[in-house]
Design a protein around this ligand. Structure first.
Ligand SMILES: C[S@@+](CC[C@H](N)C(=O)[O-])C[C@H]1O[C@@H](n2cnc3c(N)ncnc32)[C@H](O)[C@@H]1O
Length: 379
């Protein structure tokens, strides 16, 4: 099967997480750049990456990469790419673009040149002047970075955070990809208790349950490349079959999910049902200061309100103090919090053991990590 360069895009700060996930899926020789990870693989790998990656945003096929500082260079080198093997006559091809620190800085102008080059090349095969664009969508992206142009095809379609289970949501939900990354950055393993005491629509505990059960995040959604002529349909069937066979229904999970808001708990329950993990999460409507921890050596991961996005500042700050108090008294627990509130550590009453800058959408946040005592071996 023909090989491509496959690009896995992600939020800034999550490249190492995506690389680790890709290695676990068996992909090799991965290179890491700001906002993406790349490797060489075939279309089966592309399908496997779409279905199996938890923290990546999109899986792109790199169709070409070249230098261009003039529109002529952009046109000629785009024209040379194998569009006639990829794009059928009725395809609804859409050109997107971005440009950073490049001589060709006008994104609309670059998009228009790329589209002209693609059309001119397709006309060598189809001999029509106007393409109907009534068929399947093919999104071509021209990304310019320091005069290097990377032309890709978006095989995922909608971003991979759209797993398909979240129908209801609260204000300021976390993207599913970010929730999975927070868990993968923690010391949680499926034999330890998991808690999200500010669960909102349940994204973090649902992602934990899917990780615990080894349910591939993309198992129930569709991808843009599923409708493409040059991608054999059996690769998707095969990748899904493998993903279903890998599900672990046997290991018991102890995942607790609570929130002060009853409506949030109702939404979480429905979302967990949609994801097929409602049987391994216990939901409770309880304010944090009334919460009882259910055992030792647990891991708490929370996305509490930041006040900037929701919640009254005084309440939010009281909540952070309560969090510090509870986990100081329960030192076998590890606790992780994502927030943009710069006074978090002061309110919590302890400097984090580790801190990591992450972007939650456009909001600059820190991921504060407090490590509890290690669980005894064989516990
Ligand atoms: C940023 S949202 C969490 C979003 C969630 N991660 C998601 O993806 O939907 C913060 C949540 O904290 C809850 N919350 C606020 N104060 C709380 C408190 N004192 N105790 C428990 N939950 C609280 C809110 O009801 C809200 O659902």
């Amino acid at each position: 099967m023909k090989e491509f360069k496959i690009q896995l895009t992600c939020s800034f700060g999550l490249e190492a997480v995506v690389k680790r996930e890709a290695e676990k899926l068996g992909f090799e020789s991965l290179s890491v750049s700001d906002g993406y990870v790349e490797f060489t693989g075939d279309l089966k790998d592309m399908a496997k990456a779409n279905i199996g990656l938890r923290a990546a945003d999109k899986v792109l096929l790199v169709i070409g990469r070249f230098q261009a500082v003039t529109f002529e260079q952009l046109f000629d080198q785009t024209y040379e790419l194998p569009w006639t093997d990829i794009i059928p006559k009725d395809a609804n091809f859409i050109i997107t673009g971005k440009s950073f620190k490049s001589t060709l800085s006008s994104v609309p102008a670059c998009q228009s040149i790329v589209e002209k080059a693609v059309i001119k090349k397709l006309q060598t095969k189809y001999a029509i002047s106007r393409f109907p664009k009534t068929g399947t969508e093919y999104t071509i992206q021209a990304a310019l970075l320091k005069n290097t142009v990377t032309i890709t095809l978006n095989t995922s379609g909608h971003s991979l955070h759209k797993r398909g289970y979240r129908h209801g949501q609260v204000i300021a939900p976390l993207k599913e990809t970010m929730a999975a990354a927070l868990i993968e950055l923690s010391y949680w393993r499926k034999d330890r208790i998991f808690l999200d005491p500010c669960c909102g629509s349940g994204t973090i505990p649902i992602e934990a349950a899917m990780i615990g059960r080894n349910i591939a995040p993309g198992i129930m959604r569709k991808f843009a490349a599923e409708g493409w002529e040059f991608v054999p349909s059996d690769i998707w069937k095969e990748a899904r079959k493998e993903a279903y066979a890998a599900i672990d229904y046997d290991t018991p999970l102890r995942i607790y999910s609570s929130d002060i808001n009853r409506h949030a708990i109702e939404i979480s329950k429905v979302n967990a049902e949609n994801a097929g993990v409602d049987d391994c999460i216990e939901f409770e409507c309880v304010p944090f200061n009334k919460l009882k921890l259910k055992g030792d050596y647990g891991v708490c991961i929370a996305n509490p309100p930041y006040a900037e996005r929701m919640g009254d500042l005084a309440d939010v700050e009281r909540l952070y103090r309560d969090m510090g108090n509870l986990f100081r008294q329960n030192d076998t627990w590890s606790a992780y919090f994502i927030t943009s509130h710069e006074g978090f550590e002061k309110l919590y009453g302890r400097r984090a053991d580790k801190k990591r800058k992450l972007f939650n959408g456009n909001v600059k946040t820190d991921y504060y990590q407090y490590f509890g005592k290690r669980p005894p071996k064989n516990s």
